[in-house]
Design a protein around this ligand. Structure first.
Ligand code: AMP
Ligand code: MG
Length: 408
């Protein structure tokens, strides 16, 4: 596929190489608003109305005209305006209107004076402060103007978007169908949880991690279980995944010891590149195309599998699903202790970020071996150490990336 597999491939090149080839493959469907949570908007949403729809009061107080206040004498209350019950009576000179938060301001209102800045003596209201024009009035369209684009296509609908769409009166939204992702783990040593282990066996942990991350991304998952290192069974699993899903993600079987075997099979079925990425953890990685589905082959080591999924597969799946993707924020923090690092690869070390007395501080979670899963579980961030950087001394500034929604 034209990828350089001779040396170590920088993460950014790998990502760019993949994203260039991928396009959204998910059709659209119409869903009632409550069912669209977690889905991706297929179209821009233009506001069908102004929000708020009318000028209204931001306070409980009195609607006034500045000309009436000029005399400096108390104003007489002409009536009351409540949310949902506008004041519809006359508003003679020298009068004010009692108004509650959210009530439409009567025509001619210059300002709303909050109750605390007035003194009431029966119907006679004394104003203790001089209001400025427009004070405490929420103008029609000041939140969202009619016709303005309020959410772009590709936005994932979170609990933050639901009330916004409801405020616009939108009952049905056009969203992408979920991406269908088939997964399996490879390895003769792997056993599913709930079964006993023989000597030499380990539990298949990757599939549970990958499945959980796919759930966070809103993908439909087709779980093809554990596939032994057997060419015929593997071929059948590849073919089934290709027929039933948009994407296949496997873990294991892409490192040097096994790549030749998996490679043979994948070369027979599709066009797959095997990469050695210049990142740690997660060096071996495979990407390519089966006849119908895209293929991502993650390394077998559990931490490598999670990190490559997060850093590489997540943005690729977003593009296939039609989602606009933004990487989580990166911050600067002070290393509270020395960090081991050799130049040559971009490190995603697992760290614990906290607020120290003079700013953000980060510590390592301990062993950074890619087989040590507890290092990921205890972490709340990556410590991102540049490719050419060596050992980090305590007190040096480092880049940290707090875990995003995928890992929380
Ligand atoms: P591989 O990439 O298949 O050579 O595997 C590298 C290491 O990761 C080996 O120690 C495997 O036993 C381990 N491994 C592979 N797949 C899994 C899995 N699904 N769950 C836990 N460990 C795995
Ligand atoms: Mg293996």
């Amino acid at each position: 596929m034209g990828f350089d597999t001779s040396g170590l491939l920088p993460l950014s090149d790998a990502l760019q190489g993949m994203l260039e080839q991928l396009a959204c493959c998910c059709d659209t469907e119409q869903l009632p608003l409550p069912e669209a949570l977690g889905r991706i908007l297929a179209d821009d949403i233009a506001s069908p109305l102004s929000v708020p729809p009318f000028d209204n009061s931001a306070m409980d107080g009195y609607a006034v005209r500045l000309a009436d206040l000029a005399a400096g004498t108390p104003l007489i209350m002409a009536g009351k305006a409540f949310a949902g019950q506008p004041y519809q009576g006359e508003w003679p000179a020298g009068h004010c209107v009692r108004i509650m938060t959210g009530a439409p301001v009567p025509a001619g209102t210059d300002a709303v004076v909050m109750q605390e800045e007035t003194r009431a003596d029966g119907e006679r209201i004394t104003f203790l402060c001089q209001p400025v024009p427009g004070q405490n009035i929420r103008r029609a369209g000041s939140d969202m103007a009619k016709g303005a684009c309020v959410l772009g296509a590709g936005t994932r609908l979170t609990p933050r978007e639901m009330p916004l769409l409801a405020s616009l009166g939108i009952a049905t939204v056009s969203v992408r169908r979920p991406l269908r992702v088939a997964i399996f783990s490879t390895g003769d040593e792997l056993k599913p949880v709930g079964t006993p282990l023989a000597h030499g066996d380990i539990y298949d942990s990757n599939r549970y991690g990958v499945k959980a991350m796919l759930a966070r991304l809103g993908c439909d998952c087709l779980d093809l279980g554990i596939q032994p290192d057997n060419p015929d069974l593997l071929r059948a699993a590849f073919i089934r995944a290709d027929q039933e899903a948009d994407v296949l993600i496997t873990t294991g079987g892409v490192s040097v010891g096994e790549a030749d075997f998996t490679k043979q099979l994948l070369d027979e079925l599709g066009e797959i590149g095997f990469w050695k990425l210049a990142i740690k953890p997660g060096k071996p990685f495979a990407f390519g195309r089966l006849p119908h589905a895209w293929f991502f082959g993650l390394p077998g080591n559990p931490v490598s599998a999670m990190v490559t999924f997060d850093q590489l597969v997540q943005p690729a799946l977003a593009k296939l699903a039609g989602q606009r993707f933004e990487r989580p924020l990166q911050l600067q923090a002070v290393a509270a202790e020395p960090l081991k690092k050799s130049p040559g690869r971009l490190d995603f070390q697992r760290g614990i970020l906290c607020q120290g007395p003079s700013g953000l501080e980060v510590r390592s979670t301990g062993s950074q071996d890619s087989a040590v899963f507890s290092s990921l579980s205890r972490a709340n961030c990556y410590i991102v150490l540049e490719r050419e950087r060596g050992r980090v001394a305590a007190g040096e500034t480092v880049t940290v990336e707090p875990f995003g929604g995928l890992l929380l």
